[in-house]
Design a protein around this ligand. Structure first.
Ligand code: HEC
Length: 170
């Protein structure tokens, strides 16, 4: 007897491509790159040389209650001896800043990422690429949007090269 019907597993596969499976399939290569960069802590340095979770400040645009911020080796070249960002500095090309947003002391919610890459088509005028990706890999705001949701707040009075940690945690 011959079977002309589509096997059940192929329907399941089609259904998952059609929308059941948002993250891996739909993610842009830029968001995927930022997600991978954010997960690595290799050579990273914590703000104020301290990896304790901090309570988010009133001015934070970020929902989760707890946070901590790290800098890759290139970004860390503009931290002072106390681990704060030097005033009036510009982060060099290749700088990566990752703010980890925690839902609780044990649950990481989101990576907020700033990557200094002036030649990137998705970089803003200051050369920053902005990423916002859940720990699960789900993109909250795509980096292809050039930080449109982030830039205004991040260039408020007192910012240093569009960064706010010094202002929020002096
Ligand atoms: C309404 C204001 C506001 C908006 C909008 C906002 N942020 Fe922030 N962000 C802050 C503040 C304030 C801090 C300092 C830490 C804190 O209190 O959360 C911060 C810190 C950060 C940091 C750590 C580096 C630093 O010193 O600034 C990163 C990375 C970051 N945000 C990424 C983003 C991204 C990506 C977006 C957009 C998707 C965004 N932010 C939108 C207010 C904002």
């Amino acid at each position: 007897m011959r079977h002309h019907s589509i096997p059940c597993w192929s329907i399941l596969l089609l259904a998952s491509f059609a929308g059941g499976c948002k993250h891996e399939a739909d993610i842009s290569s830029l968001d995927l790159e930022l997600y991978e960069l954010a997960q690595s802590t290799n050579g990273h340095v914590w703000y104020r040389a301290n990896d304790d979770l901090l309570d988010r400040t009133g001015g934070s645009g970020h929902g989760e209650p707890l946070l901590r911020t790290r800098y890759n080796a290139i970004a860390a070249t503009v931290l002072d001896s106390s681990g704060r960002v030097e005033p009036d500095t510009l982060f060099p090309s290749g700088s990566l800043i990752v703010k980890e947003l925690w839902e609780s002391g044990s649950t990481l919610g989101t990576y907020a990422v700033m990557l200094k890459r002036p030649g990137d088509p998705s970089a803003d005028a200051g050369g920053w690429v902005w990423g916002y990706i859940r720990a699960s890999g789900e993109v909250r705001v795509s980096a292809l949007e050039q930080g449109a949701a982030c830039r205004n707040c991040h260039t408020q009075a007192g910012h240093i090269d569009a960064t706010l940690m010094n202002l929020a945690f002096p």
